[in-house]
Design a protein around this ligand. Structure first.
Ligand code: SF4
Length: 122
């Protein structure tokens, strides 16, 4: 059997497909009219939006839905995983900040000679 080299892009694509299949099959909103999950700006604080978020909070695939939204597109419209666009933007920004901090720590650690060398005899 030939070995297939998995690239980061192909793994990401497979992950997105798996998440989409899960969400579109098992989401509480699957098969429903999804209008309340896509509020207009004027209706973003409406009763329907609150209902959509309440449904999301009971959804068995909420985490997968949120991950899918975060992976698809930074500007994805609507409520996904119980969060609106603004909340997902904030989450994405916090994640990027943490990743940057982790990379700086990794770089500093590498310069010291390996995992958490500070304070150890070299
Ligand atoms: S979390 Fe909300 S938007 Fe996502 S699948 Fe479930 S009900 Fe639908």
């Amino acid at each position: 059997m030939p070995m297939v080299a998995a690239t980061a892009a192909s793994v990401q694509k497979q992950r997105r497909s798996a998440l989409a299949a899960l969400v579109y099959t098992h989401g509480e909103c699957a098969g429903e009219s999804t209008e309340i999950w896509y509020p207009t700006k004027d209706a973003s604080a409406s009763f329907e939006t609150a209902v959509a978020i309440a449904v999301c909070l009971t959804c068995p695939v909420r985490e997968a839905c949120l991950e899918l939204a975060l992976r698809i597109d930074a500007g994805q419209h609507g409520i996904w995983g119980g969060l609106d666009e603004r909340e997902r933007r904030t989450l994405r920004k916090a994640h990027k900040t943490r990743l940057a901090q982790a990379r700086r720590l990794d770089d500093a650690d590498a310069r010291r000679g390996g995992p958490h060398r500070q304070g150890r005899a070299a």
